[in-house]
Design a protein around this ligand. Structure first.
Ligand code: KIV
Ligand code: ZN
Length: 528
């Protein structure tokens, strides 16, 4: 029978330890609400003894998110009374509060960090658990640096704190030192002894990613009896981060025949959660990151695109819809083959192209793709039009009349009057406009919007560097909303303001593509 795996999310505690990722109270509560929607079993909301701000935020999460019985709220304490009091006072408002405490078990921690004997540390842990139990029924004990601890001392500690009343035992691979087979074997032995002592106590793991094995170690632990996994969204966390929730959960689901376990996670909320965490914490998700990276469901090789169009399972083991994305993405680049380009043209309404015409259009596509990183749908319209013009077909439809083309810009950035002027071309005409804004990008986008007259809401603006040094390419990704639809567009340039304008232009042109698809301009009556 399929076993339940508890999912403990520590994005708001271990994840928040990432330098610069500090959240305010409002942001913490928003993310916690989303984690609840995602279906995690336990939220670790912070480390309340660290600051008054964190105490208040944990308390707000307990009150506003922990107000139902389907979720447990916890926070971290060292094994000292003041920390435990702090956690208790912050989480006690939740329907299901828990105290989580941590104390090292490796000799490095016992001797070098605490300068104490093993017996002294064990006793401190037992006393701390007894104290926490006097406050709340649910207490988790984390044996910090467990993977580098001497096994029999680790077990002696676990046995003692279980007898003192701990209800969950968390075995952390604090420095990401563990190796899956070895870690799995350790968990197997611990699980065997723990279940003999008290089968109601949950065995948990918390793996760090210093050697890139956090997910593998977590999965090895599940295979060997762990009841609970500690993870973060997008794998953020101390140093190289923690096991990524989305990777662990999707591996358990996709390879269910191997693991035979289930979680309560609503996987369709994964992308929403990932994007919320990334934007609030200001931490970009690596583009090729499993499950939540921009390219995780984007296919660009011609061979793969051809295979996918024949049968999706050729190159797709997780359906993008299962994690909350609309569809797979076939990115048109110089590597795309005929099949993908034909498919894109058909989606735009060019379904009846004669083979000779398609070959001519494909040539135009390759020429543009060589010059440009990515070919958008609006580029395809222009390629078709150019092809018909060059081949002197009658009644050519002027698709390019519909699209905006960036020409030039000037932006003034200062604290009093950030302003921008832009020059944009559409259908052979040049338009110019100027605007002021709350900042240079706001001014730039207001000037462009004044010309395009397409009412869009800017949902997200993201800027990052593609390379290093003073000639670095800046990459801008924007998300806009138009009539309930979301459009994402990108552009790169050494001039970041130009990249911002180009990204906006690409997004606006995508809106126009949608309206053209809805009310197609009939392709020209071609006299071949
Ligand atoms: O990595 C670690 O050991 C921790 C503990 C607090 C669980 O984060
Ligand atoms: Zn950790």
């Amino acid at each position: 029978m399929s076993r339940k795996i508890w999912v403990f999310d520590t994005t708001l505690r271990d994840g928040e330890q990432v330098p610069g990722a500090k959240l305010n109270l409002y942001e913490k509560v928003e993310i916690a609400q989303q984690l609840k929607k995602l279906g995690v079993d336990i939220i670790e909301a912070g480390f309340p003894a660290s600051s008054q701000g964190d105490f208040d935020a944990v308390q707000a999460v307990a009150q506003k998110v922990g107000n139902t019985s389907d979720i447990m709220i916890t926070a971290l304490a060292r094994a000292v009374q003041a920390d435990i009091d702090s956690v208790y006072n912050a989480v006690k408002y939740a329907e299901n509060p828990m105290i989580h405490m941590v104390l090292g078990t490796s000799d490095i921690h016992v001797e070098k960090k605490f300068n104490k004997s093993r017996d002294q540390i064990l006793q401190i842990g037992v006393n701390a658990v007894k104290y926490a139990k006097s406050l709340l029924p649910e207490v988790q004990y984390s044996t910090e640096d467990a993977s580098r601890s001497e096994f029999e001392y680790l077990w002696k500690t676990i046995e003692a704190v279980m007898k003192a009343g701990a209800t969950m035992i968390n075995v952390p691979d604090t420095v990401g030192f563990a190796e899956p087979e070895e870690f799995g074997a350790m968990i197997y032995k611990l699980n065997d002894r723990m279940k003999n002592l008290n089968p109601n106590v949950l065995l948990s793991v918390h793996c760090h990613n210093d050697l890139g094995m956090a997910t593998a170690n977590t999965l090895a632990a599940v295979k060997n009896g762990a009841d609970k996994v500690e993870c973060t969204i997008n794998g953020i966390g101390e140093r190289a981060g923690n096991a990524a929730l989305e990777e662990v959960v999707m591996a358990l689901k996709t390879r269910n025949a191997v693991y035979n376990v289930n979680t309560r996670i609503n996987t369709k909320e994964i992308i929403n959660t990932s994007r919320l965490v990334s934007s609030f914490m200001g931490l970009d998700v690596q583009v090729n990151k499993a499950i939540t990276g921009d390219n995780a469901f984007a296919h660009s090789s011609g061979i793969h695109q051809d295979g996918l169009l024949k049968s999706r399972d050729a190159y797709e083991i997780v359906h993008p819809e299962d994690v909350g994305l609309d569809d797979m993405e076939l990115i048109l680049t110089a590597r795309s083959g005929r099949h993908a380009v034909k498919n894109a043209l058909e989606n735009l309404g060019f379904a009846q192209l004669a083979p000779k015409d398609f070959e001519g259009i494909f040539e135009g596509f390759l020429a543009l793709a060589d010059a440009k990183k990515e070919v958008y749908d609006h580029d395809l319209y222009v390629i078709v039009e150019n092809y018909y013009e060059q081949h002197e077909k009658a009644n050519v439809t002027n698709y390019s009349d519909h699209f905006f083309e960036f020409e030039d810009l000037q932006v003034v950035s200062n604290s009093s009057f950030p302003s921008a002027s832009v020059k944009i071309r559409k259908g052979g005409k040049v338009f110019m406009s100027s605007a002021v804004g709350s900042g240079p990008i706001d001014a730039l986008y207001s000037a462009i919007a004044d010309i395009t007259k397409i009412n869009v809401k800017l949902v997200e603006y993201d800027i990052s560097s593609v390379s290093r040094g003073k000639d670095a390419l800046g990459k801008v990704k924007i998300t806009i909303e138009h009539e309930g639809e979301t459009y994402i567009a990108k552009a790169a340039d050494t001039d970041i303001l130009k990249a911002s304008a180009l990204a906006y232009m690409n997004a606006i042109n995508s809106v126009i593509v949608t309206s053209l698809k809805e009310a197609p301009v009939q392709p020209a009556a071609v006299n071949s």
